[in-house]
Design a protein around this ligand. Structure first.
Ligand code: SF4
Length: 281
């Protein structure tokens, strides 16, 4: 067994949230630049220019790229040869989030009771944590700082198996069309297909932690990602919803076996502040 003190997890979570809030990463910057070259609409080019400039200022000045610094989502993949020592793992993760949001001046956006009190917890905790158990002696920590302009536009539908590929396509397109400018396009679309009601939602969320544009390993799903990307960009919503060819930068689909009687499909929309990071300990 390999012992890992949960203080290491705390420090990793903290670092990943700070880094991803300040630095969008070269791949995303490259995609925004290419999208700008591809636009022939002046307004679309201007908006993309502003987004790129904003992201570069955030990186160079070490400031958040957006005022909404998101809800903290953490995926923890724990190998079966790992034994944690120190504080309980959940406390360590929340301490990492607390320190990141305090020390890096990230906006605290979490309210305790979601319906009646809605009192700010003032440290952006608790994080939403997903635990997965794998083989080996490592822990993978993956984080997403998810803004709610895009989160609010996400949807899930319990589809019938007979709805097939065309049904899935129509649903994804309908979600993005209805969302219009609200999720701060250009967006990244995470799609989860299969499992149960909650599994589909988690699949779609995890799809938004993939490096942007990284395609599914399965040919059919890969082709569907490309097809959907083209269809979403033909909607003409454009950057900031001001029309143009760039509504969506990437579609990521994750799938899982499901019940013979159904086909859950979840669509989780990510904004252009595509903040995620992953590392192996
Ligand atoms: S949806 Fe994204 S870009 Fe828009 S305000 Fe929220 S975090 Fe910022």
């Amino acid at each position: 067994m390999r012992s890992i003190d949960t203080i290491t997890i705390k420090n990793t979570v903290k670092l990943l949230f700070i880094q991803s809030s300040y630095d969008i990463g070269d791949t995303m910057l490259g995609m925004l630049g290419k999208a700008k070259e591809n636009e022939d609409n002046d307004t679309a080019r201007y908006v993309l220019d502003q987004i790129i400039e904003n992201d570069l200022i955030a990186r160079n000045d070490q400031v958040p790229m957006c005022q909404d610094t998101g809800i903290a989502v953490v995926f923890l993949e724990i190998g079966n040869e790992v034994c944690f020592t120190g504080k309980p793992i959940e406390d360590a993760i929340n301490q990492g989030v607390r320190e990141a949001f305090e020390e890096a001046y990230l906006r605290k956006s979490i309210v305790d009771d979601p319906l009646f009190l809605r009192k700010n917890t003032n440290d952006n905790t608790p994080a939403v944590i997903h635990y997965e158990f794998t083989r080996g002696g490592n822990v993978r920590v993956t984080i997403a700082a998810k803004g709610f302009g895009s989160e609010n536009m996400s949807q899930i539908r319990m589809m019938k198996p007979a709805d097939g590929v065309e049904g899935v396509k129509s649903f994804v397109i309908e979600c993005v069309r209805k969302a219009g400018p609200n999720p701060c396009p250009p967006i990244v679309v995470g799609v989860g297909i299969g499992g149960s009601f909650e599994k589909a939602a988690i699949l779609s969320k995890k799809a938004l932690t993939r490096e942007i544009g990284e395609r599914s390993e399965d040919r059919e799903y890969r082709e569907l990602e490309i097809e959907l990307l083209n269809e979403l960009n033909s909607l003409g919503i454009g950057p900031a919803g001001l029309k143009g060819k760039t509504t969506c930068l990437a579609v990521h689909i994750n799938h899982f076996p499901t019940h013979i009687a159904g086909m859950p499909v979840a669509v989780n929309i990510g904004c252009h502040a595509y903040r995620h990071a992953t590392t192996k300990i």
